[in-house]
Write a protein that binds this ligand. Structure first.
Ligand SMILES: [Zn+2]
Length: 263
């Protein structure tokens, strides 16, 4: 048999070893293909050489293994963590372990997360905030940003930081650029807005730039950035759990990350 013949057999076989991955926010099951040795090698290479693009690589991996049946515009960061957990669990012969370091005494230890910890379908992913400003009623629905939003913002912050880096005259300008970018990321958590009971139909279809410029024109009292960031942080916390260091008994919140599952 030649390598090309063997490749043909492998290709024919590809569709037969699918496994279901649960997308927590929708509850849908999506068939995924197994990871190849090439995928594992690429993950290691990306993590060592190109930290900045590692996250994008993990997103590309999800698209590839699911034959693009996972819509990146719809799933959020918490979904992504759960998906990568399931992919790693299926593709690894050993039970999945996560290495942790105690923030208090630096003791290193290992935990084995369970499906129950990871595939949580009961997390409230959005909330509604209402506000009345000078007789005008606003209703804003705030939700977790999608993977696509996150990827857009990673690029956005990078471009902005680079642009300010070139203006070396004023270091505070660079900080300002990053601050504005992170502020706008929170604005992107807005899933819908209605004014006096009427929903703005084309808000989510508008380009990111258009959405931001529209939000900039709204009264600044409408959107409390710290409130949105609190909401997001709380959700991430729910995605981890409280740990007690086995050595010093110090208690801390461990929050799972996508990267944590591969290294
Ligand atoms: Zn400790």
């Amino acid at each position: 048999m030649k390598i090309s013949d063997a490749r043909n057999i492998l290709n024919e076989n590809k569709g037969k070893h699918l496994y279901d991955v649960i997308i927590p926010s929708t509850g849908n099951k999506v068939p995924f293909r197994p990871m190849t040795v090439g995928h594992h090698k690429s993950i290691a290479k990306m993590a060592i050489n190109d930290e900045a693009n590692f996250d994008k690589f993990l997103c590309a991996l999800i698209l590839e293994l699911s034959d693009e049946q996972v819509g990146m515009a719809k799933i959020n960061e918490l979904d992504k963590i759960a998906i990568l957990y399931q992919v790693k669990q299926y593709n690894s012969s050993e039970p999945l372990k996560v290495n942790l370091t105690c923030p208090e005494c630096e003791h290193e230890f290992m935990i084995v997360p369970t499906d129950k910890d990871m595939i949580k379908t009961d997390i409230e992913l959005s909330y509604i905030k209402t506000k009345e400003i000078e007789g005008v009623k606003f209703e804003v629905c705030i939700g977790m940003p999608s993977i696509q939003d996150n990827m857009f913002y990673a690029d956005f912050c990078e471009v902005r930081a680079k642009k300010f880096e070139n203006d070396k005259d004023d270091e505070s300008l660079s900080k300002l650029g990053i601050f504005i970018a992170s502020y706008e990321m929170y604005l992107m958590c807005i899933r819908s807005i209605s004014i006096n009971g009427k929903i703005i139909d084309d808000f989510l279809d508008a380009s990111v730039e258009e959405r931001i410029s529209f939000l900039d024109e709204l009264s600044e009292g409408l959107i409390v950035v710290s409130e949105i960031s609190d909401f997001m942080n709380k959700k991430y916390k729910e995605y981890g759990y409280e740990m007690a260091c086995p050595s010093c008994k110090y208690k801390f919140d461990n929050v799972f990350t996508a990267e944590g599952f591969f290294f």
